[in-house]
Design a protein around this ligand. Structure first.
Ligand SMILES: Nc1ncnc2c1ncn2[C@@H]1O[C@H](COP(=O)(O)OP(=O)(O)OP(=O)(O)O)[C@@H](O)[C@H]1O
Ligand SMILES: [Mg+2]
Length: 327
């Protein structure tokens, strides 16, 4: 990466305070995303993928959340944003699409009204007529057939795939530079999934978007992303260019994930087939959180927090065994 990264997350920690103590959901994430780069965030349920994404938009319940570290987007300090600056930032600089469009779209308004409203909320200077014009453009951009008619449709009148297109249109209506996609195709049929992924990739290239894509599907990551980041218990345990991580997976957890691939079942392979359970985030061990499930566990793994070990250009993993091998 020659120029400054568009997204620059350093040592991010996020903890939620609650009745049963503190949930340490994110524990020191470093993640940079360049202009026009697509990073796939992989990891099993509860590893902190969604919390990391939501941190970028500061969507956590403020009273119960402790956040530390630094998040910069295009040089802006996201942690310091407040009030109108935060509203303007959401949607205009960074936008997000979710697994379930029905949660993002309001059932009582037409799709056109929601996109128009979204534009005017984030850009108060835009007239209603101009916003309506842009809403139509937004629907055309996501290749919705008969866009004029769809503007007047309610979300429930659309198919799942069409709703997902409408949500992408809504997310891109204010021309953000960063798109966060949290499992955007998991709820769809296989054929529709592929259409939506192709659309996302086309739009990403056309608009030069920086994208963080959360997925459970390694096949999707390989298809769409430039880089993979693997999360475990709120940490990135390995990251690198897609080809390098696939050819030379180095963290035992990544290796576990990729054994599916050796069995030729990459498309649709889910990540939850590694024996054992993820750790309790309210009492994380001092050492490597994967140690209790790790086949290669050895002396020190349960007490020492492994530092990143460089494996190639932009490819590193956090594992004590790798560090020892490199010595
Ligand atoms: N607002 C919240 N309050 C308390 N705990 C939360 C909150 N949001 C997330 N968590 C907890 O943080 C941990 C990480 O959650 P997160 O949603 O990031 O997982 P994930 O990797 O996205 O998993 P999945 O693949 O199931 O979507 C989980 O234990 C979750 O219960
Ligand atoms: Mg999630």
């Amino acid at each position: 990466m020659n120029e400054e990264p568009v997204v620059d997350i350093r040592n991010l920690t996020v903890a939620f305070k609650g009745g049963r103590g503190k949930v340490n959901a994110v524990n020191g994430v470093d993640l940079q995303v360049g202009r026009g780069e697509v990073v796939a965030l992989l990891g099993e349920s509860g590893s902190g993928k969604s919390v990391t994404l939501r941190s970028l938009l500061r969507l956590h319940p403020e009273q119960r959340t402790e956040m530390a570290g630094s998040i910069k987007v295009l040089g802006q300090d996201v942690m310091a944003l407040k009030g109108a600056a935060l509203t303007g930032f959401r949607g205009k600089t960074v936008s997000m699409i979710f697994q379930e469009p029905l949660l993002a779209l309001d059932p009582v308004y037409t799709v056109g009204a929601q996109i128009t409203e979204g534009i005017r909320k984030h850009e108060p200077g835009v007239s209603k007529a101009a916003a309506e014009e842009r809403a139509l453009e937004a629907l055309k951009r996501v290749r919705i057939p008969s866009p004029e008619r769809r503007l007047k449709a309610y979300p429930h009148e659309m198919s799942g795939g069409m709703r997902q297109r409408a949500m992408i249109a809504l997310a891109l209506a204010c021309n953000p530079q960063v798109l966060l996609a949290d499992e955007p195709t998991t709820a769809l049929d296989a054929t529709v999934q592929i259409q939506i992924l192709l659309l996302l990739r086309e739009l990403q290239r056309e608009l030069g978007l920086s994208v963080i894509l959360v997925t459970h599907d390694i096949g999707v990551a390989v298809e769409v992303a430039d880089r993979i980041a693997v999360m475990y218990a709120g940490r990135i345990v390995e990251t690198g260019p897609v080809r390098d991580v696939i050819r030379n997976p180095s963290h035992p957890y990544t290796k576990g994930l990729l054994t599916f691939r050796a069995h030729g079942a990459m498309k649709g392979a889910r990540l939850d087939a590694i024996p054992g359970a993820p750790p309790d985030l309210s009492k994380l061990p001092p050492g490597c959180a994967f140690a209790p499930r790790c086949k290669q566990v050895g002396e020190g793994c349960d007490t020492i927090q492994p530092e990143p070990v460089t494996l190639g250009p932009a490819h590193w993993a956090r594992c004590l065994k790798l560090a020892e091998a490199a010595e």
